[in-house]
Ligand binder design. Sequence first.
Ligand SMILES: CC/C=C\C/C=C\C/C=C\C/C=C\C/C=C\C/C=C\CCCCC(=O)SCCNC(=O)CCNC(=O)[C@H](O)C(C)(C)COP(=O)(O)OP(=O)(O)OC[C@H]1O[C@@H](n2cnc3c(N)ncnc32)[C@H](O)[C@@H]1OP(=O)(O)O
Ligand SMILES: Cc1cc2nc3c(=O)[nH]c(=O)nc-3n(C[C@H](O)[C@H](O)[C@H](O)COP(=O)(O)OP(=O)(O)OC[C@H]3O[C@@H](n4cnc5c(N)ncnc54)[C@H](O)[C@@H]3O)c2cc1C
Length: 646
Amino acid sequence: MNPDIVKERQNASFDVQKLTYILDGGPEKTKRRREISLVLNDPDFDEEDPNFLSRSERYEQAVRKSAQMILKLREYGISDPAEINCYKSVVRGNFHESLGLHYVMFLPTLYSQCDQEQSKKWLPLATSFEVLGTYAQTELGHTHLRGLETTATFDPTTQEFVLNSPTVTSIKWWPGAGKTSNHAVVLAQLYTRGKCHGLHAFIVQLRHMDTHEPLPILVGDIGPKFGFSEVDNGFLKLDHVRIPRENMLMKHVEPDGRYVKPASAKLTYGTMVFIRSLLVGLSALVMAKSCTIAIRYSAVRHQSEIRSEPEPQILDYQTQQYKLFPLLATAYAFSFVGQYMTETYYRISGDINQGDLSELPELHAVSAGLKAFTTWTTNTGIEVCRMSCGGHGYSRSSALPDLYAEFTPTCTYEGENTVMMLQTAYLVKSYRQAKAGEQLRGIMSYLNDMEQRHVRAHPASARPALVDINDLSDLVESYKLRAALVESAAKSIQQELQKRRSHEDAWNNSAIDLVKASDAHCHYMVVKLFTDKLSEIGDPDINLVLTTLAQLYALHGIALNSGDFLQAGLLTVPQMQQIPVRIKELLCLIRPNAVALVDAFDFPDKVLSSVLGRYDGNVYENLFEWARRSPLNATEVHESFHKYLK
Ligand SMILES: CC/C=C\C/C=C\C/C=C\C/C=C\C/C=C\C/C=C\CCCCC(=O)SCCNC(=O)CCNC(=O)[C@H](O)C(C)(C)COP(=O)(O)OP(=O)(O)OC[C@H]1O[C@@H](n2cnc3c(N)ncnc32)[C@H](O)[C@@H]1OP(=O)(O)O
Ligand SMILES: Cc1cc2nc3c(=O)[nH]c(=O)nc-3n(C[C@H](O)[C@H](O)[C@H](O)COP(=O)(O)OP(=O)(O)OC[C@H]3O[C@@H](n4cnc5c(N)ncnc54)[C@H](O)[C@@H]3O)c2cc1C
């Protein structure tokens, strides 16, 4: 064990294990997670570091691993979805699995959109993996749902739908598992009796069940990408492909071609809402991994000098702390927001299943906004962590390049982030409702008293100082009032409308304000949820260290967005000048606990797959060991010497 890291652990002021329990949701859950993690010792999962493999080899290794996972899950009798998730996230490490889409989109779509008869047919096939599925929605030319071109036209004479990609732009593009899957949920515009009824989901067989040869359908892999090398993102061109009427999910078309309207057309979009909710938790996980790597490495890396003494640990540089500790605070904040998002998703989708759709718009708005907010922050954060590790962060051995490459598409897929932020229509609507005197419920209820507060652009000097920067509840309150930026967005739309612009143009001309409002709303939610969580934590040592992190998170956010807080008159200029001073004090308070705080995330070394983030801190000898395994070192003299240089 590296002596620096041993010393760091001795300095901790709290019980790491107890904090792990809080993150997991209780000691029993930690125990079970650790039991499941023992799968890492299974030699059947021994594999080559994907960084040393070609794309095709990586895909093959991933398929083998996916198949192994299925067999092992059966062997160990793991069937609880949360446990399956835990098991998979351990085995997957920092990469995706080739059957990922089957689990995260195909199966959930079947579960939520099959009627009884369809469930009876498709669920046994899909859960036994005879049917391997993908989710084919995006097209070469469009992702906007109303713009999708693939059609499904009902033919009452044969009781079939005819699926067609009439143009190049309508070819399905991106769905994972182009080579792996034999079925797809295809999203297509439904036509019956000559009328379009919008987007609906259909099950389409793509490949022969025994030979895996494509049916008369053009299907394949779209080629190498920035990351996602384990995944065969695919293309799919359908040329008048016929499927039985029964393959339409939720069966909206009667045998005579009559269309039966669903309770809400948006139920078809349910799987996207599910994944967006999951991505909030994934952001927390990846932020936590990145911080673990960068902070452990910073504790064992010595460089340069502060005084004329032996080289200090780089974690002692104030600038290093300023890069990493706000991200550490973010990892904790997002962990609690992830828990909230999961609970909210299951609560509201439970109601939806019972026929109560009243909270569907809120679930959509919250999941879209938090997905965008957390993935954007994490995306930037991973790169800060990588840079904070200097040159060694650039090596794939650090895992940080892989974390970035695998994570960054979360800002794009499942709804491009700006587009998701623009789903703030809901916020503006809520604001208008509140202004009209309606009492809002839930997370939007803070808008109820906005009118009384009159938070607008005021000269700071004209307003009383509302905020004690050392008081977390005051900080939450100021974030809440800043979220009144939605008022500016609503006003901008109003002004545009007064210029006789159409509603659509008024909307587009206010889009920057809308995205800002959405961002402020999400930021408020995160600060509030983090603070709320503290009241549940009884252990005084843990409460203290998490309170310090929550204060840092809140103050750092204010420092980054000082213009908003000043403009709204929520803080005065002298208070603003106090914030960097307080942030520096908080960095000093966090410093002795930094390693313990990342240890509490409890990532096994094999899951982190990072030489820099090793638990024992023995970085240098293992960097050397890793480099020696590079395929270029397989022979002492590379064949290119003989071919070209000699
Ligand atoms: C480093 C990594 C380490 C480890 C990771 C390892 C493994 C990860 C694996 C698992 C982890 C867990 C999670 C990750 C999961 C998977 C990752 C793997 C693969 C990636 C899969 C990606 C799949 C996809 O991308 S599928 C395609 C997704 N496509 C989109 O999201 C399209 C985006 N566009 C839209 O959603 C819509 O077009 C729109 C919302 C922008 C607009 O809607 P619409 O077209 O209908 O138009 P409008 O008229 O504007 O809207 C009408 C009204 O409807 C409301 N609305 C819209 N959507 C919804 C909804 N879903 N629910 C409710 N209401 C909705 C809208 O607000 C309008 O309302 P109004 O009142 O009328 O104004
Ligand atoms: C790794 C990966 C996996 C994927 N897996 C799947 C899958 O399994 N199944 C599937 O169906 N799809 C999948 N996708 C596709 C993904 O869902 C889309 O890429 C995503 O929805 C974004 O759409 P787009 O690529 O068309 O971007 P565009 O919408 O073209 O975005 C380009 C730019 O235009 C801007 N823009 C677009 N519309 C607006 C607007 N209304 N207002 C303001 N700005 C706008 C965006 O902000 C962005 O800056 C995957 C994508 C990736 C990268």
